[in-house]
Design a protein around this ligand. Structure first.
Ligand code: CP3
Length: 354
């Protein structure tokens, strides 16, 4: 394997010294980029982009060709797992993800097949291998998956939801059914992420986008418990390199101490918590990734720079911080503003490192 030319991102996740704070953006390949929209038009639709390793590689590299980002993230989606389990994922224009088959009953859960990533999600593994080859050591590649709870919400609701009525009804009405579903998903996610690591992913992130919609007790029992099991089941090292694991629970600020006990190397923070307070709470256990409000990118470059400066100052001196947005970049953002953001992180962060 080619040696990494820029390993700042991996070093920060492992709290090793860096020259400046590394930065990448959640959803960095996406509709705010005209070149992404052109590739998607060429491929036909979103899932065709994901399922064709050459296209997936092309759009993964697009933001890296534009900006000096410190990491690449696999272009795919968290809903590839339910799709591989036979739920039939499709995207209705302007309406987000939908499934042809929805999970309603215990029998539906029992019927879900066990996933073999090389066989059932071979297109993702092939995309990882293609991207690693084309990156040629420029920056590390991040693999990812949804958390079992977040995947379960889409599988039970049949798509996106505002209130998670069906998923929460199952959780409270028949908790053993929800546990059976989450158990199957935790096994699938573990195998999927290990497949990505074997194929070349150099760090992995678990997106728990909807964990923050749960009560404290339900979060610990139905989301965190399964993420911890996944962390313990992941390959620790590949080609002599540690594989850092990042846990991101959106709206999860109140659970940082518990998340830091899972064995993950880093926690993703949304913008609602203060990163200095978060650092004090987790101590040396984990690194932190975040946490600028993506809406700051609607403002002018001077305002973006000021917000970057504020967050860097709040984190303070030393390694252990990966700069990121607190959630995905939105389609309406001006690409020049994303550029100003990345440049500001690099320029303003050097003073916090020896
Ligand atoms: O970060 C990256 O650049 C990598 C690619 C990536 C996508 N989805 C591509 C995508 C990643 C990491 C995801 C994760 C994902 N997908 C999550 C967790 C992270 C989060 O944002 O909270 C969730 C909840 C999903 C499910 C999903 N996929 C939804 C709700 C939607 C529709 C909403 C939307 O943004 O359009 C998608 C589609 C999707 N996934 C798009 C992209 C670029 C947009 C598809 C398009 O081109 O129209």
């Amino acid at each position: 394997m080619t040696a990494l030319k820029n390993d700042r991102f991996l070093r920060a996740l492992l709290k090793q010294p860096v020259d400046m704070t590394p930065v990448w953006m959640m959803r960095q390949a996406g509709r705010y980029l005209p070149e992404y929209r052109a590739s998607r038009a060429k491929a036909g639709d979103f899932m065709s982009l994901c399922m064709n390793p050459e296209f997936a590689c092309e759009v993964t590299l697009q933001p890296l060709d534009r900006y000096p980002l410190d990491a690449a993230i696999l272009f795919s989606d968290i809903l590839t797992i339910p799709d591989a389990m036979g739920q039939g994922l499709y995207f209705e224009t302007g309406e987000g993800p939908r499934f042809r088959k929805v999970i309603d009953t215990v029998a539906d859960i029992e019927a879900l097949p066990t996933i073999n990533p090389e066989h059932d999600l071979g297109y993702v593994m092939e995309a990882v291998r293609t991207i690693r080859r084309e990156l040629n050591g420029r920056v590390p590649l991040i693999g990812f998956s949804g958390s079992p709870w977040t995947l379960a919400t889409y599988m039970v609701e049949g798509g996106s939801s505002k209130d998670f009525r069906k998923a929460k009804a199952m959780l409270y009405d028949t908790p053993q059914a929800m546990h059976m579903l989450l158990d199957k998903l935790a096994q699938a996610v573990t195998a999927y992420l290990n497949g990505q690591i074997r194929a070349g992913a150099q760090a992995v992130q678990i997106f728990d986008t909807w964990g923050g919609a749960l009560s404290d007790a339900a979060y610990r029992e139905f989301s965190l418990f399964y993420m911890e099991r996944i962390v313990h089941g992941l390959i620790k090292e590949q080609d002599g390199q540690r594989i850092p694991v990042i846990l991101f629970t959106k709206n999860g600020g109140q659970w940082l101490e518990a998340m830091a006990e899972t064995g993950a190397h880093a926690l993703g923070l949304d913008w609602t918590c203060d990163i200095r307070g978060a650092r004090a709470r987790v101590g040396d256990k984990v690194s932190l990734q975040g946490n600028m409000d993506p809406s700051v990118l609607y403002a002018n470059p001077q305002a973006i720079r000021a917000e970057v400066a504020r967050i860097l100052e709040r984190y303070g001196h030393g390694s252990g911080h990966v700069f990121n947005l607190g959630h995905g970049i939105t389609p309406e953002v001006d690409p020049a503003h994303a550029g100003a953001f990345i440049e500001a992180v690099h320029e303003l962060s050097a003073q916090y490192h020896d």
